[in-house]
Ligand binder design. Structure first.
Ligand SMILES: NC(=O)c1ccc[n+]([C@@H]2O[C@H](COP(=O)([O-])OP(=O)(O)OC[C@H]3O[C@@H](n4cnc5c(N)ncnc54)[C@H](O)[C@@H]3O)[C@@H](O)[C@H]2O)c1
Length: 336
């Protein structure tokens, strides 16, 4: 299988590294509009073919990874699908729901693989967190909380919601096996940039009766990558910055007691902390291997076009909520 990587900047270069290690991939073609970027790539991967335009390499590739800035994803993926190429598009899959629907339709019509680059869905710690929720070990899920904070990196074409929240929305959807029914967002602009650099999202999973609160920021002194699930029996914290003990299960809880005159009505349980062993392999390697396997076998990707659409739907609703200050009911939107 011959694979092109379109956009070989920070993240596209990682796809190149991973793809060159997959035995089923016979040729990797690096495509980037910037000559300086291409010459660096050529030095790092002498075996990779390099091109400055996708138009020059259509005949050389069977599939492509789109790792250009977010607003270009839809148009580039559309051209690839029209030209009969299987596509893995980085997050967010597109810049609008309309574009996402168009890609899904094109892929289905041409019998091609369309996959969204939701890397955390291929992260063993997220799978373990999902297993904890599915097995009932945490009890009923009261709520989820996540924080993805750092100083930068400011993006030139999207706000912090479109840049960072796709990760957390895909984690929440994966862990819960559901999609939000309503979205509320608020954010603010600092540091003189054109886009919101700090934002909070509240996702309501109405079908499950639970909520997820997301905090994303390019303007925080501390790097944080944390997802917390608070259940009625136990609580779990996935901290992506830890090499060891990324997932911790806290045997902690609170229970309301029947009110007594003068007595505290809550009972607290402070139990132990367990950190299960998780055999960790690089999520991007898992993701790209899965893409190659899906193309070769015709299997449907775990993060298919619909999973990409589900995330873009939340991002679009969050954008509307940022502008209006109101909650966006996604059930109403999908009926319209
Ligand atoms: N899945 C993840 O964990 C993850 C992590 C980081 C970034 N990303 C995503 O990867 C994408 C790229 O992000 P980045 O940080 O690597 O950006 P970047 O700016 O470092 O790289 C983008 C590259 O695309 C090239 N480019 C732009 N338009 C092009 C075109 N039309 N044809 C060919 N090349 C073009 C630019 O020259 C640049 O080298 C974004 O969509 C981002 O959201 C995903």
């Amino acid at each position: 299988m011959r694979v092109g990587v379109i956009g070989c900047g920070y993240w596209g270069a990682k796809h190149l590294r991973v793809l060159t290690q997959i035995p089923e991939v016979s040729l990797v073609v690096a495509i980037d509009a910037r000559p300086d970027q291409l010459s660096q790539i050529q030095q790092m991967y002498p075996g990779a073919l390099c091109a400055s335009s996708l138009d020059d390499v259509y005949d050389l590739i069977d599939a492509a990874v789109v790792a250009t800035p977010p607003r270009t994803h839809g148009p580039i993926a559309r051209e690839l699908l029209k030209n009969g190429k299987h596509v893995l598009v980085e997050k967010p899959m597109t810049a609008s729901v309309a574009e996402a629907l168009e890609l899904i339709e094109l892929a289905e019509k041409n019998n091609l693989t369309l996959m969204a680059g939701h890397t955390f869905a291929y992260n063993a710690a997220v799978t373990a967190l999902k297993d904890l929720v599915d097995s009932g070990e945490l009890g009923s899920v009261y709520y989820l909380d996540s924080a993805r904070l750092n100083l930068g990196l400011y993006q030139p074409d999207v706000n912090v919601v479109w840049d960072l929240a796709p990760h957390d929305i895909s984690i929440m959807n994966t862990v819960l096996g559901a999609e939000p029914t309503a979205v509320t967002a608020w954010g603010s602009r600092h540091a003189g940039g054109p886009f919101e650099d700090v934002a909070y999202l509240r996702l309501e999973y109405g079908t499950l009766g639970t909520t997820a609160n997301l905090h994303v920021s390019w303007l925080d002194p501390c790097k944080v990558r944390r997802t917390t699930v608070v259940g009625s029996k136990r609580m779990a914290v996935y901290n992506d910055l830890l090499d060891d003990g990324r997932l911790r299960i806290y045997d902690k809880g609170v229970q309301a007691l029947p009110a007594n005159d003068g007595a505290m009505p809550m009972s607290y349980r402070y139990g132990g902390i367990v950190s299960p062993h998780i055999a960790f392999t690089e999520p991007l390697m898992n993701e790209d291997r899965h893409f190659v396997e899906c193309v070769l076998t015709g299997a449907r990707p775990r993060t298919d076009g619909y999973a990409g659409l589900a995330v873009v739907r939340v991002l679009e609703a969050a954008q509307e909520s940022l502008a209006t200050g109101k909650t966006v009911d996604l059930l109403e939107v999908s009926k319209a």
